[in-house]
Write a protein that binds this ligand. Structure first.
Ligand SMILES: Nc1ncnc2c1ncn2[C@@H]1O[C@H](COP(=O)(O)OP(=O)(O)OP(=O)(O)O)[C@@H](O)[C@H]1O
Ligand SMILES: [Mg+2]
Length: 251
């Protein structure tokens, strides 16, 4: 099987800070791959590099056999990589439906006239069908997280990058959103990358984990291997990071 995404020797620095250092991995079609790492490890930066939001210094990103270097975010989205954001950014002043429709604009193989229908079906799928015509600012935080996923799916991606989808949600909402991620993965054969600090749900969702620390890959393996990996334990609790300790306890 040829890889869906092939990342080789990726580097990005901000001034004197090496945010991503020589990162290489590949993702096979249909996998759910977790990106793990403490705050500031370079996880969101990695997504920004994969989606063209910021340029990388060196290395390569090849998606479906195509080199993505230098392509604008809308071109990369059009080729089939969608993302959600760590902080929800709905388009205020528009309806929930309009927000979902925007996600499908410019995607390959979707007719403009089908966009409303497709967005409505996705809103139904994420449990927002009844709220489609409401102003987006009336949504609760949990609903905004669901809308983020509907918006990202509107582009019919082959690869969905989720950046802390559970942040700020209660345990019931996290369970619902996990089930949603599982169902879109299973029903649409979607390949998923997941960044998440809620380790308990994270480890249950992912097939494989890539662990980063200070921009470098420190481990890669199954969830079972990763929780026992000395470098991961060191990154999370070895340096007495209180937040990380809480997260590890929760797992
Ligand atoms: N645009 C930028 N300019 C300068 N520094 C940046 C920029 N984006 C990220 N950084 C820095 O790069 C490092 C990695 O940041 P990044 O946001 O990728 O971390 P993260 O792993 O997503 O962390 P978190 O779990 O807190 O979201 C951090 O030290 C951050 O301050
Ligand atoms: Mg981040």
């Amino acid at each position: 099987m040829s890889a869906l995404l092939e990342v080789s020797g990726l580097n990005k620095h901000f001034g004197g800070l090496q945010a991503v250092r020589d990162v290489s991995f590949s993702i096979e079609p249909g996998e759910i791959v977790g990106i793990l790492g403490p705050n500031g490890a370079g996880k969101t930066t990695l997504y920004n590099l994969l989606t063209g939001f910021i340029p990388f210094d060196s290395g390569s990103v090849v998606f479906k056999g195509r080199n993505l270097r230098g392509l604008a975010p809308y071109r990369i989205a059009g080729l089939g990589i969608s993302r959600t954001f760590q902080l929800c950014r709905p388009f205020i002043g528009m309806s929930v439906l309009e927000n979902a429709v925007v996600g499908g604009l410019g995607a390959q193989g979707i007719d403009r006239s089908d966009l409303d229908q497709r967005a409505l079906a996705l809103l139904d799928q994420v449990g927002l069908g009844g709220k489609a015509l409401l102003p987006v600012e009336t949504l609760s935080y949990g609903d905004q997280r669901r809308l983020e996923i509907a918006r990202a799916l509107a582009a019919k991606p082959a690869l969905l990058l989720l950046d802390e989808p559970f942040a700020g949600l209660g345990s019931g909402e996290i369970n619902d959103l996990s089930a949603l991620i599982r169902s879109v993965h299973a029903e649409q054969g979607l390949t998923v990358m997941l960044i998440e600090h809620k380790l308990h749900e994270f480890m249950r969702l992912v097939d494989r984990v890539i662990a980063l620390d200070f921009g470098e890959m420190i481990a890669e393996g199954t969830p079972e291997d990763i929780v026992r990996h000395p470098a991961v334990i060191e990154a999370y609790i070895g340096r007495g990071d209180e937040q990380a300790e809480e997260q590890t306890d929760a797992a």
